[in-house]
Design a protein around this ligand. Structure first.
Ligand code: NZQ
Ligand code: ZN
Length: 389
C-alpha cells in the first residue's frame, strides 16, 4: 500500500430485520424539529412511512415533510427543500428512501445555513461548506448507492442537463445514523433491484481498477465482488431471499463508504460517463453504468492489463494456465458480461434514450478523471459513447 490516508466514518448503523425499533431512541438525541424527506410514495404503499411516523410521534417530534423527491433529484427541488428546512428551523433531516432521497437530504443539510447559491458553490465550484451543517439521518429503502454511509450527494440541473456529484470532505455531511432493514427493500421492482446491484459492482470496480501496488483495499474489493456475485444470483431467483438481500445491502454499504479507496487513487470514469447519460435521459443510475461499462473497460484494458488479468482470476475464477494476460483479461470481461446479461441489465445507452446526435453533448458533460489507467481524450469519450449506443 503506497498512499497515506485519514479514515473516519462516523455513521452509526442499525442493521437487520426490525432495525427500525432503534429509531425512536436515536431520534431523542436530536432537537425537536424534524424534516421528514421521502420520494414518490413507495413508502406509503409498503408501510414504511407509517412505521417511521410512529417513531417520530413516540419521540415527540415536531415534523414537517418534503415529499416527491424524484430519482436523480433536481436543483429546483433542492431549492424548494432548503426553503422548507429553513422555515421549520430543522434540527434533523430524516431521509426515508433510496440514494436520491438521502443525497437530497445532504444537499439541503449543507445549504440551509449557506447564503450563497448551493448549486454554484457545491456542484460547480466544488467548495466545502463553511456554514453549520444540519444533521441527516437515513432509513434506507433501496440498496446500491452507499449514500447511507458516505458524504456523496448527486444533483441534476435540468436546464443545463448537468448531473454532478460532490463527495464532501467533511464527515459531518455523512448521515449521523442509518437504519438498514433488508426487508424494506423487498418491495423494490426487479429493475431497481438489479440496477442497484450493478451500481454496487461498479462502485467497487471504480476503486479497484487503479494503481499497480499491492494494496489491502484491492483484496477487500475482490471479496466484496465475489460475495455480490453469489448474492445477486440468489436474489434474481428469489427476490425475497433474506440472506441474499441482506448480504447485498451490507456489500453496498462497504462498497462506497470510503474504505476500499484507502491508500490508492480511484478511477470513477464509468460514473462520469453514466452521469452524462443520466443528465440527458434521466435514466436509472445503475443502468446508465451498465450501459457504458463494457465499452469503457474493453477500451482501457491494455493500459491496466495486469489488474484486468487479476480481476479475471480472483473474481471470475478464470483459469490462467497456459494463457497470455490478454486472453485471461478478455475472459474475465466476457464472464462479467454474461453475469450482467443474467441479471437483465441494460447493455446500451440507446435503450435509455440516448441517440447519435447527443454524442457531442454527452462528451461536453463528461468530466474527465485522472486516477484510473488511462486519461481519456474527448475523441475517446465520444468513441466509447458510440460503442455503447
Ligand atoms: O420515489 P419512490 O416512490 O420512493 O420510488 C423509488 C424510486 O422510484 C423506488 N424505491 C425506493 N425504495 C423502494 C422503491 N420502490 C419500492 N419499494 C422500495 N422499498 O426506487 C426508485 C429509485 O430510487 P432512487 O433513490 O432514485 O435510487 P438509488 O438508490 O439508486 O439512487 C440514485 C441516486 O443516487 C445517486 C445517483 O446518481 C442517483 O441520483 N448516487 C449517489 C451516490 C452517493 N451518494 O455516493 C453514488 C452513486 O454512484 C450515485 O451516483
Ligand atoms: Zn453509482
Amino acid at each position: 500500500m503506497l498512499g497515506n490516508f485519514t479514515y473516519c466514518n462516523p455513521t452509526k448503523l442499525f442493521f437487520g430485520k426490525g432495525a427500525i425499533s432503534s429509531l425512536t431512541s436515536e431520534l431523542q438525541k436530536y432537537g425537536k424539529n424534524v424534516v421528514l424527506i421521502y420520494g414518490g410514495g413507495s413508502i406509503k404503499k409498503n408501510g414504511i412511512y407509517d412505521e417511521v411516523v410512529r417513531c417520530l410521534d413516540a419521540a415527540d417530534k415536531n415534523v414537517r415533510e418534503i415529499a416527491g423527491v424524484m430519482p436523480n433529484p433536481t436543483r429546483d427541488k433542492m431549492n424548494e427543500g432548503i426553503a422548507v428546512a429553513r422555515e421549520h428551523k430543522a434540527d434533523l433531516l430524516l431521509a426515508v428512501g433510496g440514494g436520491s432521497v438521502c443525497d437530497y437530504a445532504k444537499a439541503v443539510a449543507v445549504s440551509v445555513n449557506c447564503d450563497e447559491d448551493p448549486w454554484e458553490k457545491y456542484y460547480l465550484r466544488f467548495e466545502e461548506p463553511t456554514c453549520e451543517i444540519v444533521p441527516v439521518g437515513c432509513v434506507l429503502t433501496m440498496v446500491g448507492t452507499g449514500s447511507e454511509m458516505n458524504a456523496g450527494s448527486v444533483i441534476t440541473d435540468t436546464a443545463t442537463k448537468q448531473k454532478i456529484g460532490h463527495v464532501f470532505a467533511d464527515e459531518k455531511v455523512m448521515p449521523r445514523f442509518s437504519v438498514l432493514d433488508p426487508t424494506y427493500t423487498f418491495t423494490l421492482p426487479r429493475y431497481q433491484m438489479v440496477a442497484g446491484i450493478y451500481d454496487i459492482f461498479s462502485h467497487i470496480c471504480e476503486q479497484y481498477f487503479s494503481g499497480e501496488d499491492d494494496n489491502t483495499s484491492d483484496y477487500i474489493s475482490e471479496g466484496l465482488m465475489r460475495s455480490l456475485l453469489v448474492s445477486s444470483r440468489a436474489a434474481i431467483k428469489d427476490m425475497t431471499d433474506y440472506e441474499a438481500r441482506s448480504n447485498i445491502m451490507w456489500t453496498a454499504t462497504w462498497a462506497l463508504n470510503t474504505l476500499v479507496a484507502k491508500g490508492k487513487t480511484t478511477d470513477w470514469m464509468v460514473h462520469m460517463l453514466g452521469q452524462a447519460v443520466g443528465g440527458y435521459t434521466d435514466a436509472t443510475h445503475g443502468m446508465t453504468l451498465s450501459a457504458v461499462s463494457l465499452a469503457y473497460y474493453r477500451h482501457i484494458l491494455p493500459y491496466g492489463l495486469k489488474k484486468f488479468a487479476r480481476f479475471a482470476v480472483n473474481v471470475w475464477g478464470v483459469d490462467p494456465a497456459g494463457k497470455t494476460d490478454e486472453q485471461v483479461a478478455g475472459e474475465g470481461l466476457a464472464a462479467m458480461e454474461s453475469w450482467m446479461r443474467e441479471l437483465g441489465l441494460v447493455m446500451n445507452i440507446s435503450e435509455l434514450g440516448a441517440t447519435e446526435d447527443m454524442l457531442e453533448g454527452l462528451a461536453d458533460c463528461t468530466r474527465t478523471q485522472t486516477g484510473g489507467y488511462k486519461i481519456l481524450s474527448r475523441e475517446e469519450i465520444i468513441e466509447i459513447f458510440r460503442e455503447s449506443l
